[in-house]
Design a binder for this molecule. Structure first.
Ligand code: ADP
Ligand code: MG
Length: 506
């Protein structure tokens, strides 16, 4: 669905275009018109589906820029989210000149008070700090026309219900209330009934489970080891068409640059790239020039590439439904796929949530050792050498070859060749990301507990397996796909150990 069909004003359409959005996501397509019509809305869609823009755009469209009062209040569960929402709303609101102010705990309240005096039309904040400002009378809400309860399930899980009730008491009853959430337990629906006016409920179904054709593995690893281990898996699994999922844009940048430095034909895809660049990357991925696409969930949305052989979850998704979405990229059209998920020690509960949803146990894999990884590469190289020998015009090099053989032993020459044909030993350091919140404390959702329902395959059934096959369809640095060692040579110009720290580009 195109944004221009949703009834938004010209200014906002321009802002949306500037942000690089082309298609509205389903939750946006369904809720924006309802909000513009003045309805209260209960919107449910999984994480990463663009719920922020779903409420931001129509609100920005409807606020009165000549009115100096706060007209919209967005309540967010965390300070990070409040900041992120402020940023997103500013990005859209700039064209028409709307002001958005964030208020959250742990930051200087006097600065916030000064900012609130500058007449923002929209305030985004965490419940505690909003109440604080209400009590200090530094935030006047008597002209609020829109209340947004964002990520409502998280807010309830974090025990903010009382605070939210107190905030709502400070608001006019004549207002539009919008509630967005990834899940919709009864507790939230009750909030809806209590504080909303005949809300329209929109639920976007998560993608169906299509996991039968995907062999799902997981690997226990520490945050700092993941990059190294992933490349070793690349070397032994020799994935052909691969998507690597990362949790953040920074991760995508760093992991893709690290892979390129190691000599893999990789590219990163995320929302900060221009539309033009994104299309170019997708084209190259489809053509096989790039065989490893590193992406965020959102950037990968709508990507439809046939023949994805491997999905690597560099970061386990926070939301189990995203997992299904991710691995659904492979194992399509009757073809077989492999998925591999890195699980950090504190993320076991997330793994369980995923297994609960898919009703499949993932099998543990033991990471290949460095020597095994090298062997994996060498066995590919050995195959390739046969092809190369067939293709090469021997006469052309005959004289020089003889010369070199006089000077060096055949073994020396072949070793140099093998070193050139295997990948760079580059030390890549990836900036650690904040770990996922501890599930036990935060996620206390009723009715979700219960016993396990999976069948036969016990977690430790076969012990740890080692993945040895690299049979599945050739190698990711295959010459035929236009990205041979020849072209890639510049990445690997020096076989020695280099240190390579990936810096974030801002
Ligand atoms: N229509 C769209 N096209 C492309 N990217 C989008 C679109 N809508 C939102 N995004 C981007 O998707 C990311 C996640 O959106 P967000 O609103 O945080 O998701 P949610 O709240 O559903 O978890 C953001 O980076 C946002 O800029
Ligand atoms: Mg959100």
């Amino acid at each position: 669905m195109k944004f221009r069909d949703l009834g938004l004003s010209k200014d906002l359409l321009q802002a949306v275009e500037k942000a690089g959005f082309t298609e509205a996501t389903p939750i946006q397509a369904d809720t924006i018109p309802l909000i513009l019509e003045g309805h209260d809305v209960l919107g449910q869609a999984q994480t990463g589906t663009g719920k922020t823009a779903a409420f931001s755009l129509p609100i920005l469209d409807k606020i009165d820029l000549d009115d100096p009062n706060v007209q919209a209040l967005v309540v967010s569960p965390t300070r990070e989210l409040a900041i992120q929402t402020q940023r997103e709303m500013n990005r859209f609101g700039r064209v028409e000149g709307a002001k958005v102010q964030a208020v959250y705990g742990g930051a200087d309240i006097r600065q916030q008070i000064r900012n609130l005096k500058k007449h923002p039309q929209v305030v985004v904040g965490t419940p505690g700090r909003i109440l604080d400002h209400i009590n200090r009378r530094t935030l006047k809400l008597s002209n609020v026309k829109f209340l947004v309860l964002d990520e409502a399930d998280d807010m309830l899980d974090m025990g903010f219900l009382d605070d939210i009730e107190s905030i709502i008491k400070a608001l006019p009853t004549e207002r539009q209330t919008l509630l967005f959430s990834a899940t919709m337990p009864d507790k939230i629906k009750r909030v809806g009934v209590q504080f909303m006016n005949q809300p329209k409920q929109i639920k976007i179904k998560a993608k169906e489970l299509t996991t039968d054709l995907v062999d799902q593995f997981y690997v226990r690893s520490k945050e700092a080891e993941k990059f190294d281990l992933m490349t070793r898996f690349f070397d032994v699994q020799a994935p052909k068409v691969t998507i690597v999922f990362c949790r953040t844009k920074r991760r995508v940048d760093e992991v893709s640059r690290g892979l390129i430095a190691c000599g893999y034909p990789a590219a990163g895809l995320h929302g900060d790239l221009t539309q033009k660049r994104r299309s170019q990357i997708m084209r190259e991925f489809r053509d096989g020039k790039i065989s490893i696409l590193v992406a965020t969930d959102v950037a990968a949305r709508g990507i439809d590439v046939s023949g994805v052989t491997h999905v690597y979850n560099y970061d386990i998704p926070q939301d189990p439904e995203s997992y299904v979405h991710r691995i659904g990229r492979t194992g399509r059209a009757g073809k077989h796929g492999v998925s591999l998920t890195f699980v950090e020690p504190n993320e076991r509960d997330y793994l369980r949530e995923v297994e609960k949803l898919t009703k499949v146990r993932m099998l543990p894999l033991k990471p290949p050792s460095e020597a095994e990884a090298l062997n994996g590469q060498l066995s590919v190289v050995k195959n390739e050498l046969g092809n190369l020998i067939e293709k090469t015009d021997m006469d052309k090099f005959s004289e020089t070859a003889d010369e070199l053989l006089e000077k060096y032993s055949a073994k020396e020459l072949v070793s140099v060749l093998l070193s050139k044909m295997t990948r760079n030993q580059v030390k890549v350091r990836i900036t650690p990301e904040r770990p996922l919140p501890n599930k036990k404390r935060r996620f206390n959702r009723g009715g979700r507990g219960g016993g396990r329902r999976f069948g036969g395959r016990g977690r430790n059934g076969g012990g740890n397996r080692r993945y040895n096959g690299h049979g599945r369809g050739g190698n990711h640095r295959n010459n035929d796909r236009g990205h041979g060692r020849g072209n890639g040579g510049n990445h690997r110009s020096n076989g020695g150990n280099k240190s390579f720290t990936i810096k974030q580009k801002d």
